[in-house]
Design a protein around this ligand. Structure first.
Ligand code: FAD
Length: 463
């Protein structure tokens, strides 16, 4: 079959861009089709990078406001949202320029248009042009979802895009949701000076994490002054020109809260509805998520999917890994290894941060796998005490016979950095004994990791 390309990619975000980079390095005639007004992808423009830029600034503000704890006189540390906004825009513009240059000057074609399938090998562009390819990768990402919460669809609400672009301190905000984005931006809004109420359906925020870990983040929020309701059922959302009212059930009581703004942080959904996937024979789940196999192939085996549109997670390094894997598979590279989900790494950039890697207790219990576990609290550790960073713990989970590390969970100061002490060892299938042979500098936050390691080593020695 004569086609325009060997490898055509729909979407030039993290998954698509990195797939293209790998595909051209393997000699495939490659093109990216992306119809965004602003190129660069979610992570750079409206995801990881703007959120972490703002969260870091809010962390600095929080430390300054805690000056008295450290014997400092800082009379009035306050957020200057105009300046924070300008700094964020400058940083993001630089990241985006770098990515757009790489998209425009890669050894692949960049076609600035939206695409949809006409048949399994042909994509129609919004310009009306048709292009065909031997292999196609779908990397169209995700969009904010509006679940059927009474009154939500008709209400005027903010999404994370709006919160990340604020240049003023809102007076008050009701946040619907308790996932990662909801939690991170709730703390941001609170720390810059907004009155924030978080309303969450599950019994605790960050429900994909263990109750022990999320409840520590939840406690830190409440200690800081965030009003937080978990285990709620929203009954109505109504709006006037000046405020939004949310009515919900909590602990059997009817509660009403009013705020100047409503933030819908109830999650995202795969961006696949406009792709005419049926014409290509690509199967999706009821929520629009593309069904993939271990090598990112869809139900049409020459069509791949990667990143948020296929999941199963919405994490950038996974989207990159999936895109690269699809490109290698399409190029016919032999002995490929699929994504290793036993190494899944997660970070929530709240303060305290919550980070996990590998297989944790819930997953191991479900699989009936035996394990040893030990943890150690930050409020009994020298470095964290001197930093007044007392929330949380480090937990290590290991296989009982040889002590091979299966997973780790850290809640606390810089947990997102500390968890990487486990990345290499987990990938190399190291044991607690291997890690105890490594040097750990004193006094560091990282050396706390040696305590649960030692506790597991002792448990094995006693057996
Ligand atoms: C507020 C926020 C914070 C986040 N923070 C983090 C974090 O700290 N760490 C982390 O790992 N992840 C984070 N994420 C998630 C992360 O940003 C995503 O998982 C990742 O960016 C997804 O990459 P992708 O390539 O799948 O999609 P995207 O980057 O969204 O790329 C999809 C591209 O497809 C294009 N497109 C869509 N439809 C079509 C079409 N029909 N034709 C052509 N092109 C099309 C779009 O224009 C877009 O450029 C965050 C997300 C949000 C919202």
């Amino acid at each position: 079959m004569k086609t325009n390309y060997d490898f055509l990619i729909l979407g030039g975000g993290s998954a698509g861009f990195n797939a293209a980079r790998v595909a051209v390095s393997l000699g495939l005639r490659t093109a990216i089709v992306d119809g965004a007004r602003e190129l660069g992808g979610l992570c750079i423009l409206r995801g990881c990078m703007p959120s972490k830029t703002l969260l870091y600034m809010a962390d600095v503000l929080h430390l300054a406001q805690k000056g008295k704890t450290f014997g400092l006189k800082i009379p009035s540390a306050r957020a200057d949202l105009k300046a924070m906004h300008a700094r964020k825009r400058k940083i993001i513009a630089e990241f985006a320029k770098y990515r757009v240059d790489a998209l425009k000057h890669g050894k692949f074609d960049l076609i600035h248009a939206h695409g949809r399938f006409l048949d399994p090998h042909t994509v129609e562009l919004s310009s009306g042009k048709k292009i065909s390819a031997k292999h196609i990768l779908i990397g169209t990402g995700s969009k904010v979802s509006v679940p059927p919460v009474p009154g939500l669809a008709a209400a005027k609400f903010w999404t994370s895009d709006d919160v990340l672009d604020l240049d003023f301190v809102p007076k008050s905000v009701i946040v619907l949701g308790g996932g990662i984005v909801a939690s991170e931006l709730t703390q941001f809004l609170h720390r810059i000076g907004a009155r924030v109420t978080l309303v969450q359906r599950s019994p605790h925020i960050l429900r994909d994490h263990s109750a022990a870990a999320s409840c520590i983040v939840q406690k830190a929020f409440v200690d800081e002054g965030v009003e937080l309701f978990a285990g709620t059922q929203v009954l109505a959302i109504t709006q006037t020109a000046r405020e939004t009212t949310v009515t919900f059930l909590h602990d059997g009581r009817l509660i009403t809260r009013r705020a100047a703004h409503l933030f819908n942080a109830l999650g995202r959904e795969p961006n696949t509805a406009a792709l005419n996937l049926a014409a290509a024979g690509v199967r999706t789940r009821p929520n629009g998520q593309i069904v993939i196999d271990r090598f990112q192939r869809t139900s049409a085996p020459h069509i791949y999917a990667a990143g948020d549109c296929s999941g199963p997670v919405e994490i950038v390094h996974v989207a990159i890994q999936q895109g690269e894997l699809a490109a290698r598979h399409a190029a016919g590279v032999k002995h490929l290894k699929p994504v290793d989900w036993s190494l899944l790494l997660n970070v929530v950039f709240t303060n305290p941060q919550l980070a996990t890697i590998g297989l944790l207790e819930r997953a191991l219990d479900e699989r009936g796998v035996k394990y040893l576990v030990a943890s150690y609290p930050f409020n009994d550790h020298g470095k964290s005490i001197l930093m007044d960073a007392n929330y949380g713990y480090v937990k290590v989970i290991a296989e009982p016979k040889r002590g091979r590390i299966l997973g780790a969970e850290i809640v606390g100061q810089d947990a997102g950095e500390l968890i990487h002490a486990f990345s290499g060892p987990l990938a190399m299938r190291a044991t607690v004994f291997d890690l105890l042979r490594a040097p750990w500098y004193h006094p560091t936050l990282a050396e706390i990791i040696t305590y649960p390691l030692e506790a597991i080593a002792e448990q094995i020695a006693k057996r």
